[in-house]
Design a protein around this ligand. Structure first.
Ligand SMILES: Nc1ncnc2c1ncn2[C@@H]1O[C@H](COP(=O)(O)OP(=O)(O)O)[C@@H](O)[C@H]1O
Ligand SMILES: [Mg+2]
Length: 255
């Protein structure tokens, strides 16, 4: 059975796409067949995170009724199948985001898990994704504006009968972070992962590959892999690599 999970936030820039890409990569690393759909229609950037070339058929063509969703699916070298969005302004003309709920089921049986990266805010794009899936993961940062917006998204999703699988708190570790127990109380949801602010993420973006592959033993990569393992109920016991160990590996004294 194919399982669909939408990734939404509320506030923009909190790490939805980073989470979508790395959760997909980590699930793939754990042996699951994954499709990653870029449903952030006005500013799609899954392809940018993954260095995917501009492709002839994308999700925008599908939402205009020109193509089938399977025709917009490409195998990325990382092993994830991606369905990118169109990057040009013309791509946006005439799309019908509300069609997402009709076209996603065509992916049934083509993967174990479909991760759908969503748009920020509570406009038509985000709501179309909310309507198209049963299950959502909400991404936030440990600061009040992000948490307030996440709460609004959670309330609306729940009023539509959606299941909030939990919350990812990203870019943590700065002075003034809202403490996790307060976050849990405010949002009243399980915290699925705490992803520290990690410079490896920026480096992975430059290398256009998920951090779980470019820096597999960084704090953020380990946190994403743990989250993926918990989601599918498998054990995971890799640990963050210490500086001394990294030093030895760089000298090629150890693997
Ligand atoms: N854990 C992290 N540590 C450092 N930077 C991060 C982290 N997660 C995301 N970022 C950076 O924050 C910015 C926004 O992330 P992105 O995933 O594009 O957010 P969204 O999709 O919610 O708009 C990007 O530049 C990304 O590289
Ligand atoms: Mg994004």
């Amino acid at each position: 059975m194919t399982h669909y999970i939408g990734i939404l936030s509320g506030k923009g820039g909190v790490a939805k796409t980073t989470t979508s890409v790395n959760l997909s990569a980590a699930l793939n690393y754990l042996g699951r067949d994954v499709i990653l759909v870029d449903a952030n229609l006005s500013t799609p950037n899954v392809g940018l995170h993954l260095g995917a070339p501009i492709v002839p058929i994308n999700l925008h063509h599908v939402l205009k009724g020109k193509n089938k969703i399977v025709e917009a699916m490409y195998l990325h070298p990382s092993g994830i199948k991606i369905i990118p969005g169109g990057l040009s302004i013309q791509d946006l003309q005439g799309i019908r985001p509300e069609k997402l709920k009709n076209i996603l089921p065509e992916l049934d049986g083509l993967a174990d898990i479909v991760i759908i990266d969503g748009a920020a805010g509570l406009g038509k794009e985000a709501l179309s994704l909310m309507e198209a899936v049963k299950e959502l993961i909400i991404v936030t940062n440990p600061e009040l504006p992000a948490v307030a917006d996440a709460l609004k998204t959670i309330k609306i999703a729940e009023s539509l009968g959606k299941n909030i699988r939990g919350v990812v708190v990203s870019k943590t570790g700065s002075e003034g972070d809202i403490p996790f127990n307060n976050l849990q109380t405010i949002l009243d949801k399980q915290i699925l992962a705490v992803i520290p602010h990690d410079k490896a993420i920026r480096q992975s973006l430059l290398r256009k590959d998920p951090v779980v592959f470019t820096h597999p033993r960084s704090k953020s990569a380990i946190a994403y892999k743990k989250m993926a393992a918990n989601l599918i109920g498998v054990e995971f016991n890799e640990t963050v690599e210490g500086n001394f160990s990294k030093f030895l590996r760089n000298l090629k004294i150890k693997n």
